[in-house]
Structures are given as C-alpha cells and as structure tokens.
Write a protein that binds this ligand. Structure first.
Ligand code: EPZ
Length: 430
C-alpha cells in the first residue's frame, strides 16, 4: 500500500494548478443517465472516486470515452469525458458498488426519473458519521414515488406516467438530496419548488449543466429552487467548476509553511468564508487574473475560531485542514463541527505530531504549539488525511502518511503539485 513521505520545513513558492471539483464532477457524471444523447464534461479530475463512478455508470449502460490525450492547459491538465446512455440496461445499483462511495446512491434520482423505477443499495454508515438517507426518501416521495426498503435496498417506483412536480421543503440542508431532487424533478410532470435547498457551488454547477441539457431550473445558489419539468433532456458540453476544497487546502498549506503561491484556475467567490479565516490567521490573499495568490511572509499564525456550516458558511470539508493550521497558532482557537458528528478523527493523529487538542462534544480546543515533530500517521478519511500532509509540511523531520488511497480519492497529483512548489514530498510504494 502506498504511503506519502514528507520532510517538513520548506516554504511553498510557485504555482499550483487547481483541478476540477470532485464533488461537482460526481453529480454531473450521474446526470448523464438522464439523456440518451452524449453529455461531454471538460475538466474532470483524475481521481479514484471518478474512476469508481465510471464503473458504476457502466453497469447502468453508460458508454464512456475519455479523451485519449490529456490536454495540457497552462500548467495544469484536464480530462474531457464523453458519457452516452442510449438505454439504461440495469436499474439496480448493487451493494458492492454503492458501499464503496456514498455519492453513487444519487443514481436513484435519474433512474427513477427516466425509467420509472430504481433499486439502489442503502449506502450504510461511513467513517465521518451515520449519514442517513431519510431526506432523499421524503423528497422523492413528495414527487409521487413509492419508496420501500427491502433487504438493504431501496425500491423506488414512480407513479404511472412518471414523477409529479411538487413543493417540498427539506427539514435539513443536504447537498446530495438537493442534487437528487434537481435530477428527478427535471423530468417530472409540472413544477417542483424545493425549499431549504443546499446553496453549494456544486449545486449551481449541476443546475447549469442540466439547463444546458434543456432543463428549466431557476434559483440554484439560493435556498429556493424552482424546476419546471420537461419531457426529455438532450446532450450538452459542460466544464466542471474548480475544486474549492482543493483550493482551500493549498491556501492553508501556504499559510502553514509560509511562502508565496498562486492557485491557478480557481475563484475566490467559491470559498470566501474559508479565505477570510485564512486571512485572519495571517496570510495575504488576493485574486489575480489567473486565480488566487496566497502569501505569508514571516509573522505568527494567529488563532481563529471557526464553526462549520452549509455554504456559504465554513465548509466541513476544510475543517481538518484548518485545524492543522491552528496547531501552530500563537494562541488558543476553537473549531466546532456542525455537519457531521464524527469528523474529528484527525485529532489523535495530529497529536502524534505534537499538537495539543482537546475535544468537548462537537468543539475542538486547539492550543497552538511552537513546533510539530514528524511521525508516522494515518487517517480514515480523505480530508483528515490531507490535514496530516499540511501538518507534515510544517513539522520538523519526517512524517509518513499511511493509507494514501484516501488522498487519491480527492486530490489529483498531490505530491507533484507540492513538490513543484519546493516541498519535499514523495510517494513510497511498498
Ligand atoms: C456532500 O456529501 C459532499 N460529498 C461531502 O464531501 C460534504 O462533506 C458534504 O456534502 C457536506 O458539505 C459530495 O459532494 C460527493 P449532506 P453529502 O447530505 O451530500 C445529513 C468529501 O470529503 N443527512 O449535505 O453526503 C448528513 O448525515 C465529502 O469530499 C441526513 O440527515 O452530505 C449530514 O449530517 C465528504 N439525511 C448532513 O445531512 C439525509 O438523507 C449534510 O450531509 C442526507 C443527509
């Protein structure tokens, strides 16, 4: 199993190209199930989760062709992938596939909308929390679907003639359930109004792509989204938006090590709350013509308190990385996690590097220390793993991050991007 070896202490200087967003690419790829025409997606990141979803979509009958040649764009790379689902050959998403990645559960929306039925395995628990599917069930029921749980699967059936537009207000904000409602309601009869919808940029990206395919969606990016159903969707060409979590992760890495890095191809408006927290910690952040420039030249890292929240709040997917930054602050900071109940697995691993963190319920208290010292560490989810990389970049000596497959799910060419900015980071294969 691969590991990442980091020797800390170097400042980061240079350019890091930001990839297409994993969490936008996944629902966009799933949207290809809604049409018999070709959906072409540009700027798709090369990640383990994307490859896994390619296998899952293939199982439903999607024909997928990846541009043979990687296009070099500036300093980065992107892939263009064509998805064509002439007919859905299987409306079952089996346990073996869904259990590996929660987002694959989202195929329930398009399968139900296009075929009138879907049998999808329940995704089960996950390391960061229980993550139930009640909001998906209620939302699809509001569109007239019958939802039955049987042997670990949800059997969803649309009424004769298809799903029916309706008003439905989520009792809690859910990114995934909002994606699914958009895809299901796009082909429903009549108008759907979703209240308390997720406002994440990835929801906006999906709505824009669906509109390019012929859907009639308004209000994405606000908490009320209106969808006028259409009878069929066509193909389209759409570019995946930049990854705001990758952007924030590298911005925090620069704030941690000091240096001067331009994050190329990304946008500040995708993560204003997180950038503001990094500014308050002591980094200068400016928008440039090509992306975002992050500079920290000397000076202490200041303690900053954050609370995670749905967009436009501080993202839960940057919580672990910000905690890594705060371990080196000049005082005491508090980080409160409100989205997932068990997303503090990085705490004990950061402690192995010398961090001082105590937990009380959903709040972590971080007492900044003057130095971290390298150690072998491991984490059980993607964002926790990368927080250990950030800490390792600022730690004295060698840090070995085990179970790198978590990083490969969400960070494209991480060691190459960091090495080009002067970090000592290498992948070690046993
Ligand atoms: C998406 O997950 C992201 N995944 C997550 O990123 C991200 O952490 C999360 O949104 C929150 O921003 C993708 O986009 C692929 P939710 P999702 O439904 O949609 C509860 C990463 O590291 N809930 O918004 O699964 C749920 O338990 C990943 O890239 C219900 O109670 O998250 C959680 O507490 C990890 N019932 C809260 O809502 C439901 O039916 C928000 O979850 C659904 C969710």
């Amino acid at each position: 199993m691969d590991r990442i070896r980091i020797v800390g202490g170097n400042e980061l200087k240079g350019v890091i190209p930001i990839s297409g967003a994993k969490n936008a690419a996944l629902p966009l790829m799933i949207a290809s199930l809604l049409t018999s025409d070709t959906l072409t997606l540009e700027n798709v990141p090369h990640l383990a989760d994307v490859e896994q979803l390619i296998r899952i979509l293939g199982n439903h009958g999607v024909d997928i062709s990846v541009n043979g040649r990687r296009e070099k764009q500036g300093e980065g790379y992107s892939r263009t992938i064509h998805f064509t689902c002439r007919t859905i050959v299987d409306t079952t998403a089996p346990y073996e596939l869904v259990s590996k990645m929660r987002a694959s559960f989202w195929v329930i929306g398009p399968l139900l909308a296009r075929e009138g039925r879907a049998r999808v395995s329940l995704p089960g628990g996950c390391a960061i929390g229980t993550r139930p599917v009640d909001l998906f069930i209620e939302g699809l029921q509001a569109l007239g679907a019958t939802m039955e749980i049987d042997g670990g699967y949800i059997n969803a059936t649309a009424p004769k003639g298809g799903l029916i537009g309706a008003r439905y207000t989520f009792p809690k904000v859910s990114v995934g359930a909002t994606h699914v409602m958009l895809m299901a309601a796009a082909l429903a009869r009549g108008t759907t109004v979703i209240g308390n919808a997720a406002r994440e940029p990835e929801v906006v990206d999906l709505a824009e792509c669906l509109n390019a395919m012929g859907a009639r969606i308004q209000g994405a990016g606000t908490s009320t989204i209106t969808i006028e159903g259409v009878s069929a969707l066509s193909g389209a060409r759409h570019r995946v938006l930049p990854d705001r979590i990758e952007t924030g992760t590298y911005a925090m890495a620069v704030a941690m090590t000091g240096g001067d890095v331009t994050l190329e191809g990304t946008r500040a408006d995708l993560l204003e709350t997180a950038l503001e927290a990094i500014r308050r910690a002591g980094a200068e952040i400016t928008s440039t013509s090509t992306g975002i420039r992050v500079v920290r030249s000397g000076g202490l890292i200041k303690p900053v308190d954050v609370v995670t929240d749905p967009f436009p709040g501080f993202p839960t997917d940057l919580q672990a990385q910000f905690m890594a930054l705060m371990t080196r602050s000049s005082g005491v900071s508090h980080i409160t996690e409100t989205i997932f109940e068990n997303r503090f697995m990085h705490v004990q691993e950061l402690a192995r590097l010398g961090a001082k963190i105590s937990l009380s319920g959903q709040t972590a208290k971080i007492e900044g220390v003057q130095r971290l010292r390298g150690a072998p560490v491991m984490a059980t989810d993607l964002r926790a793993s990368v927080s250990l990389v950030i800490a390792g970049l600022a730690a004295e000596g060698e840090t070995m991050v085990n179970r790198v497959y978590h990083l490969d799910r969400g960070f494209e060419r991480l060691e190459e991007k960091l090495t080009r900015c002067g970090a000592t980071v290498e992948r070690v294969s046993d």
